[in-house]
Ligand binder design. Structure first.
Ligand code: FES
Ligand SMILES: [Fe+2]
Length: 364
């Protein structure tokens, strides 16, 4: 796009879809959260979900509503029969369900009361465990099965995560995604001395390319007005990737050392979004400065949450929003990616990435 045009283009786009992306992998938990023999409850896309790990180590997810009389299965526990088969037992009348969601037993039935209990089913959600993370496939219908494995991230190194931070944004996932990828809010929302000097705004120019289900800000040396990278020493180079439905990761390399900061968004309902931030690193600074880096990451996330929350009042009246080039281009790409995901699913065709390579310029 020619320069003049880029600066002049101010478009008002119709409001984007208020729905959720279904048929996609969302972060459900960290592997370490799910202890063998334990059940837990989570709300996802307005649905109650039970996450569990059998004593045998199998992770599974079921709708957290007993088909009998709606008690939450997560309030029950595991039952092990004589053959070692594990089932989840409802706390109310003891109906038992396999990890596939099929009913295995209704204890109140007498021997002569015939009933094919396996026809009673509770919705099962596909789950997959990878790189110490548990992903859940939130399908458009109960029959929807994953067509790909969950995403693989670069830079998952150095053993266990160096930090894990979780919070809930009082916002629809769309606003949370856009808030995290927005390049122009830094000097206003993250105005702390250790991040950048006051009043230091530079012209930025970054190269973007399409990436799987998203886009990537190609690897580059961080801006000279970003102080936090200095703790890594050497010559850091960073690459920032966004991927549907709500995954953003920054992969920093300094020589042979790596840092990965992964942010995963999972919708709780249409006005709450779970945000999980996880960092891995094999860089010595991360061991040394872990508490400091954790405090920085927490501060950043809370500042973003605070702004998204403030914005919530304005969004309640459903205003038409203005997306300006180039600073809001990533937000527009997110909307285009989302539309394409929904359209390709509906038409039963392959996803065609709508993002074109581009160099974006903004001041921050
Ligand atoms: S409500 Fe679950 S067994 Fe009755
Ligand atoms: Fe931010």
């Amino acid at each position: 796009m020619p320069d003049g045009e880029a600066r002049a283009t101010v478009r008002s786009e119709a409001r984007f879809g208020q729905g959720f992306i279904t048929d996609a992998w969302y972060l459900a938990a960290l592997s370490a959260d799910l202890k063998p023999g334990k059940l837990s409850h989570a709300e996802m896309m307005g649905e109650p979900v039970m996450l569990g790990r059998s004593r045998g180590g199998v992770v599974f997810a079921l709708r957290d509503v007993c088909p009998h009389r709606a008690a939450p299965l997560s309030a029950g526990g595991f039952h092990r029969d004589a053959d070692g088969v594990e089932t989840v037992q409802c706390p109310y009348h003891g109906w038992r369900f396999g990890v596939d969601g099929a009913c295995a037993a209704i204890p109140s039935l007498t021997a002569d009361q015939e009933m094919d209990v396996s026809r009673v089913r509770v919705r099962r959600y596909p789950v997959a465990e990878s790189q110490g993370l548990v992903f859940i496939w939130l399908g458009a219908t109960p029959a929807s099965e994953p067509d790909s494995p969950p995403p693989q991230f670069p830079g998952v190194v150095g053993g266990k995560p160096k930090l894990v931070d979780r919070m809930v944004f009082d916002a629809h996932i769309d606003q949370a995604v856009i808030g995290l990828m927005d390049p122009a809010h830094g000097p206003y929302v993250h105005r702390q001395w250790w991040w950048r000097a006051a009043g230091s705004e530079h012209d930025k120019q970054k190269r973007f390319e399409p990436a799987e289900q998203g886009f990537v800000m190609v690897r580059h040396a961080p801006s000279s007005n970003s102080r936090a990278y200095a703790v890594l020493g050497g010559k850091p180079a960073t690459e920032i990737t966004f991927r549907l439905p709500g995954l953003r990761w920054e992969h920093v390399t300094v020589g042979r050392r790596q840092v990965l900061l992964l942010t995963c968004l999972t919708p709780i309902d249409d006005s709450h979004t779970r945000v999980t931030q996880i960092a891995w690193s094999d860089h010595p600074a991360f061991t040394l400065l872990k508490p400091v880096i954790a405090a920085w990451a927490r501060a950043f996330l809370r500042q973003d949450a605070g702004m998204v929350q403030l914005q919530g009042r304005g969004l309640r009246d459903d205003p038409t929003l203005m997306w300006i080039d180039d600073a809001d281009r990533q937000a527009k790409w997110y909307q285009a990616l989302k539309r394409e995901h929904l359209a390709s699913r509906k038409a039963g065709r392959a996803f065609v990435n709508p993002v074109e390579p581009a160099t974006l310029r903004w001041r921050s």
